[in-house]
Design a protein around this ligand. Sequence first.
Ligand code: TYM
Length: 335
Amino acid sequence: MNRIFSGIQPTGNLHLGNYLGAIRNWVALQADYDCIFCIVDLHAITQPQDPAALRNSTREVAAAYVAAGVDPDRCTIFNQSTVPGHTQLAWLLGCMTPLGWLNRMTQFKEKAGKQRDMAGLGLYSYPVLMAADILLYKATHVPVGEDQKQHLELARDIAGAFNRAYGVDYFPLPEPQILGTATRVMSLRDGTKKMSKSDPSDYSRINMTDDAETVALKIRRAKTDPLPLPDSAEGLADRPEAENLLDIYAALADRSREAVIAEFAGAQFSGFKEKLADLAVAVLGPIGAEMKRLVAAPDHVDAILARGADRANAVAAPHLAEIYETVGMLRPQHG
Ligand code: TYM
């Protein structure tokens, strides 16, 4: 059976982009793959995190997976720091990753900003840890949003470099799965910017735990242009906000972009936004409520994570032993 690995950073509010770009697709894929879904707490600390907030956020991301329909009996759900193989493999892979490959990573450039010399080494080697996440389980498929594409290409390059260096066919080259109509959900305040956890304006995103009133208010205030909605996809050229809202609608309704454009052709934004708000509340409302319920009594979530860590370790440890053997690490046996 093909194996999926994917993950989300516990760094703040989960939003509609995380849901449509990642979690919702995972729910659909779990029937056909052996799935491992991680909460990547080691990636989170590549930027400063408050310890208590990090712990809460880790539970909240786990709760989101379960509330959205990821089945913890069928899938492995765990947080990254509980499986030591991630950092161990990251070291080996880091030793064979040329700096030139990392220098191309646009996310590092964005996150490091102007003060690049002050950025941490972890932020720079972030994509190597991400490659280790995937390769530790010999995952074949990685369902993510569009923004992770470059990191996945690097993971494939690193897998290929390892196989070539040791003359083995050990790591499968992981395939990105960028699925659906909302692979890149944009900010509600600026249709040219990605919806993100780190945007200072909460009005830029719909959080998975926002209540119905807040969702409606954010959609009502979403930036638009003065024209009515177009009657064809070509009419969306240079209208990023219209395009984003229509794509969100299509994704939430599980319909094609064309069908949604046809339904709202010539409509004013005000009426369309009301329908979009109703739809967003209908889809996200029950998930947000279940997330809050799970987080309020965290024992259940903690038990899921503990079981997931055991299962993940059981896959990871023998792989790591094989990898150490391949690389030439001596493993003396006691007694
Ligand atoms: P992260 O935490 O930034 O995002 C988690 C997932 O949500 C997707 N996503 C979006 N999709 C559509 N529109 C958006 N506006 C949007 N924002 C986020 C992301 O593409 C991602 O799928 N590096 C990863 C976490 C990671 C990982 C991995 C993923 C660590 N190791 C191994 C896959 C495999 C990240 O920061 O995702």
